[in-house]
Design a binder for this molecule. Structure first.
Ligand code: AKB
Length: 354
């Protein structure tokens, strides 16, 4: 972790007022990278980064405490909540959609049991300090499930509560955890004689596919877009695992990170719901290929659709309606498809592989 006067022993802070802490689970993943860079620049809270794997040095140096361990380790979670004044959580740890189909029971353990453990810890911490812990949860367009491509085309832009019958383990996990978070926020122990104080302040976004210039995801099904781009930038051939006409929503990573931070900071009374759709652009696989080829004319991209992964993206919407996020907390993506390539992805990716 970083040194130099941050954390509970910062010299300018009286010892009896420890600095508040933010816990990031799955910190070494794609979203974690971008989020940690932003949070460490803001410097408002001690950053505790939990991941099953060691963090890359560039990320590890920006956090105050790097914890290597499992989200399922109850003892570890208890120690973290005892040791730190955690008032905010970004619970990013999850197995993504393709991987979850290969190991569904493990996916359920990490994605659902991990989440309920952490919600329970957050509830207890909120009760102890008399104020709710803010719990940010990234759900996904995988929470939707359309029965076939024709229905998908006819359905257009989906609102949050339409077509929520996911067809994947990961989608079931995400949708269920949205409901679970809502339960912890509104109804936890509602029949208890003792009034429950400090209910979890659960806030959730349904992310589209995210494209980062810094990292390539692993185990997702929207991965064809970032994989195509990162392969081309390295001069490697790439066989896209979905058909050219496949269309799902995407977003540039900086907009995803900004959305999480903005939702975290929004006044509670402005939030009319706990789960919000987010949208930015929704190109087809072929439109993405063309944009990549414009940037890297030597790119060698072919199509080799995989039935399982095609089936998954065919069940996801072609577009989502994010008007609630825009109205309630001012969500406003900075990058459309063109700008994502010209001003974010291409300049950063060229630097990355230079
Ligand atoms: C995945 O493909 O599994 C994720 C997602 C869309 O939730 N990127």
């Amino acid at each position: 972790g970083k040194g130099g006067g941050r954390g509970g022993s910062a010299p300018e802070r009286p010892r009896d007022i420890p600095m508040k802490s933010v816990l990031i689970t799955g910190a070494g993943g794609e979203i974690g990278h971008g989020l940690i860079a932003r949070l460490s620049a803001e410097g408002e809270r001690t950053i505790i980064a939990l991941d099953v794997n060691r963090l890359e040095p560039g990320i590890a140096s920006r956090v105050d405490h790097e914890i290597t361990g499992s989200i399922l380790d109850q003892g570890l979670l208890e120690r973290l909540f005892e040791q730190f004044q955690i008032d905010r959580i970004f619970h990013l740890a999850a197995l993504l959609s393709t991987r979850s189909e290969l190991v569904p029971v493990m996916a359920h353990q990490v994605n659902v049991e991990g989440t309920v453990k952490l919600l329970e810890m957050a509830q207890r911490a909120g009760e102890a300090r008399g104020r709710p812990v803010t719990f940010l949860y990234p759900s996904s367009i995988a929470a939707y499930g359309l029965p076939d491509v024709r229905t998908k085309q006819a359905a257009g832009r989906l609102k949050e509560d339409e077509w929520t019958r996911p067809s994947t383990m990961y989608g079931c996990n995400k949708l269920y955890c949205e409901h679970l978070g809502d339960y912890y926020a509104r109804r936890y122990k509602q029949l208890s004689v003792e009034p429950v104080s400090g209910r979890v302040d659960f806030r959730c976004v349904r992310f589209p596919g995210l494209i980062s210039a810094q990292t390539v995801p692993s185990g997702g099904t929207s991965d064809f877009a970032p994989e195509m781009l990162h392969a081309a930038a390295q001069g490697l051939p790439y066989a896209c695992f979905v058909r050219p006409d496949t269309r799902i929503p995407f977003m540039a990573m900086p907009d995803g990170v900004e959305a999480l931070l903005r939702l975290a900071a929004a006044p509670h009374e402005r939030l009319s719901r706990s789960t919000y759709n987010l949208a930015a652009f929704n190109p087809s696989a072929e439109e993405i290929r063309q944009a990549v080829v414009r940037a890297f004319p030597d790119a060698r991209i072919s199509y080799d659709p995989n039935a399982l992964r095609q089936g998954i993206v065919d069940s996801w919407p072609a577009d989502v309606d994010d008007s609630a996020a825009r109205a309630d907390w001012g969500f406003l993506p900075q990058y459309d498809f063109e700008k994502a390539f010209s001003e974010y992805l291409l300049p950063s990716i060229q630097r990355r592989y230079a």
